[in-house]
Design a protein around this ligand. Sequence first.
Ligand SMILES: C[S@@+](CC[C@H](N)C(=O)[O-])C[C@H]1O[C@@H](n2cnc3c(N)ncnc32)[C@H](O)[C@@H]1O
Length: 293
Amino acid sequence: MPWIQLRLAANEETAEKYSDWLSACGAQAVTFIDAKDTPIYEPLPGDEVTYWSNTVVMGLYDASHDMEKVITYLQSIHPDKKDMQYKLEQLEDKDWEREWMDNFHPMKFGQRLWICPSWREVPEPDAVNVMLDPGLAFGTGTHPTTALCLTWLDGLDLAGKTVVDFGCGSGILSLAALKLGAERVIGIDIDPQALQASKANAERNNVADRLFLYLPDEQPELKADIVVANILAGPLKELSQVITSFVKPGGLLALSGILEEQGESLSQVYDQYCQMNPMTVQEEWVRLDGIRR
Ligand SMILES: C[S@@+](CC[C@H](N)C(=O)[O-])C[C@H]1O[C@@H](n2cnc3c(N)ncnc32)[C@H](O)[C@@H]1O
């Protein structure tokens, strides 16, 4: 079915109200995009959704909808009346799911690690292949913060090691560590849905018997050889003591989810626990890693 998309300029105060207006005028779906391309990370469970300062609210209408009537009505209630900023676009009638699947390819990290969607042929059957389809939890490998951790894991000798994956999301780093030879992985996440996703993904990769999953208030006391934490700079700073307490002396730690300008000060926080290496940069994100003192 062909669609018409109405884009309406908004800001953080007006976005929700405009979204209600578009729905009330018969939109089949309403979405928000950041007009300034500000990076967004996923909100924590229970967090209120925050709207960016320059937002575009988009309503999707079926092509037979009377858009003239919608625009006239919106202009009558909009604070800027005739100066209301909007754009109407005809969307091509496509199989969106098919197109999205066509664009998602196996990705290689480091020397031997591949993340492969299930509908694609595995490019190197003898390599270390993690089978993973995008789902509800964060972590497919396409985001630089995940990629920085996957490349780091690929460069380690994980045979027989215990790994903690703090903020496991989809379980992508846990699965990579297990397939790269780790003996067991402890995955921790604040989001119960992430733990479910990690479990299901581990089952699909036949490593579920070596993955142990916990919410933060249930997490066990243990010392691991390797700890990886891809959360945000704020929680990484707040939780520095908790996260480093999981690393045994001489063990390795990697931190991700950090914007380049946050790297230096966070490295100083962790320097009291670990001997930190120079940061590794990918796009505007950095990875910090070091050895527990
Ligand atoms: C950016 S995702 C990382 C997912 C995956 N590890 C990856 O590298 O792609 C961050 C994950 O950390 C979880 N998280 C955020 N704050 C946390 C906290 N304080 N304790 C445990 N998990 C947390 C989120 O629920 C989310 O699943």
